[in-house]
Write a protein that binds this ligand. Structure first.
Ligand SMILES: Cc1cc2nc3c(=O)[nH]c(=O)nc-3n(C[C@H](O)[C@H](O)[C@H](O)COP(=O)(O)O)c2cc1C
Length: 179
């Protein structure tokens, strides 16, 4: 599968078979995340690989949309250094790399959002960090990625929307005539 095909084939997979994710695949996923672009190449991220049943169960109970983490054999937490200027952007780029790599490897994965923009870390984020042995003074949690072998299939698609594409000026949806 080439990179473009992987980008379009990536879908949120929330059902997994009983098969474990190999350590080789785990390493490839994490290395793809580390390869992401980063503002000033600061790379303020930290990835926590979670396989322990009890810890995954705690993470799966964080909020109403995190249940899939209890079914995924592997969870990767994407944390950012709290003092970094662009930790959200950098961690989001790393997360997308991880998701695309999972697709390319034939795995299924889903982003579970933890971070919410606000004056202080959301209580769910604090609980997430505590579960991972970290504190919000030093670390922030962008998301948790559940990974496993897919037990559901979803078709590739672009979701292209012409009304969200402009040429030269916002709202000019037709390409100007050549010349
Ligand atoms: C910032 C963000 C947070 C998300 N949080 C969750 C979540 O908590 N639980 C979940 O099941 N999916 C979550 N998703 C996945 C989206 O629901 C999913 O990407 C969207 O419905 C489009 O479907 P697709 O990923 O198959 O293209 C999140 C995605 C993003 C980008």
């Amino acid at each position: 599968m080439d990179a473009y095909e992987a980008l379009l084939s990536r879908r949120s997979i929330r059902r997994f078979t009983a098969e474990d994710v190999s350590e080789e695949h785990e390493r490839l996923l994490v290395e793809a995340a580390f390869a992401a672009p980063s503002s000033m190449n600061a790379r303020p991220w930290h990835f926590v690989v979670v396989r322990d049943d009890a810890r995954r169960a705690r993470l799966s109970g964080l909020h109403r949309w995190s249940g899939l983490l209890g079914r995924a054999p592997l969870v990767v937490a994407v944390l950012g250094r709290a003092d970094a200027v662009a930790w959200v952007e950098d961690c989001a780029a790393a997360t997308e790399n991880l998701l695309t790599a999972a697709t390319a490897l034939g795995l299924g994965a889903c982003w579970v959002g933890i971070y919410e923009n606000g004056p202080a870390p959301h209580p769910d984020e604090v609980a997430c960090l505590e579960t991972l042995g970290a504190t919000p003074e030093r670390w922030r949690a962008l998301c948790l990625v559940g990974v496993g072998h897919p037990a559901e299939q979803k078709p590739p698609r672009t979701q292209f929307q012409p009304t969200k594409l402009s040429f030269e000026l916002v709202g000019r949806h037709r390409r100007p005539p050549a010349g």
